[in-house]
Ligand binder design. Structure first.
Ligand code: ITT
Length: 201
């Protein structure tokens, strides 16, 4: 019987990307909803770093469930804003994802095209409550912030994050394409190796 792996995220955007990337692993994927948590369940993220929050999320839900658990803490770091919104990406302004995109566009309205660089950062933490083992890995994805939203795929800041090589925003890519270039895809490729070598043997 395959081992259960809890994907400890309340984000409707992250969950399918994670399952898509880790799909080939010999595990049974469980969501928070599968364990009976409500759709708006929020795991606390009190740390000031992505790594700290990823570990807290994985350990909190791993201890509660008794299951091998993977969590993701991620966000957008804009060069011209000194790395903001960073760990506060999900809470940068009240409202929806679209409101947070508008806030970034407004803050950058006077920033010239050549200075609109930004990156997504993703920290993945894996925690096994049976052994108390914790491992983390990171992915970074550079691009730039365009001047208006484009595309409807993805979530969060995807409509304003432009990939020059592909000539489109994240929100204009399929999930497969986004995973092949993104911060989360990069972190999950490492997480897959770590899971195989250190947790599933
Ligand atoms: P969980 O903690 O339950 O996983 P969350 O949405 O609160 O869900 P984070 O605290 O890690 O997750 O916040 C990540 C935010 O960063 C997310 O809400 C988006 O605004 C942004 N973000 C992260 N990855 C992104 C991506 O691939 N595309 C667009 N925006 C992303």
């Amino acid at each position: 019987m395959s081992r259960k792996l809890l994907i400890a995220t309340g984000s409707k955007g992250k969950f399918p990307e994670i399952v898509k990337e880790l799909g080939a692993l010999p595990v049974e994927f469980l969501s928070l909803a599968d364990l009976g948590y409500p759709a708006d369940y929020e795991i606390e993220e009190p740390a000031m770093t992505f790594e700290g929050n990823a570990i807290i999320k994985a350990m909190t839900m791993g201890k509660k469930s008794g299951l091998l658990t993977l969590a993701d803490d991620s966000g957008l770091e804009v060069d011209a804003l000194g790395g903001r919104p960073g760990v506060f990406s999900a809470r940068y302004t009240p409202g929806e994802d679209a409101d947070r995109c508008v806030k970034i566009l407004q803050e950058l309205r006077n920033v010239p095209d050549g200075e609109r660089g930004a990156q997504f950062r993703c920290l993945v933490a894996i925690y096994d409550p049976e052994t108390e083992k914790v491992r983390t890995c990171e992915g970074i994805y550079r691009g730039r912030i365009i001047r208006e939203e484009h595309g409807t795929n993805g979530f969060g800041y995807d409509p304003i994050f432009y990939n020059d090589e592909l000539g489109k925003t994240n929100a204009e890519m399929s999930m497969e394409k986004k995973n092949s270039v993104s911060h989360r895809g990069a972190a999950l490729k490492k997480a897959k190796e770590i899971l195989i070598k250190e947790f599933l043997n």
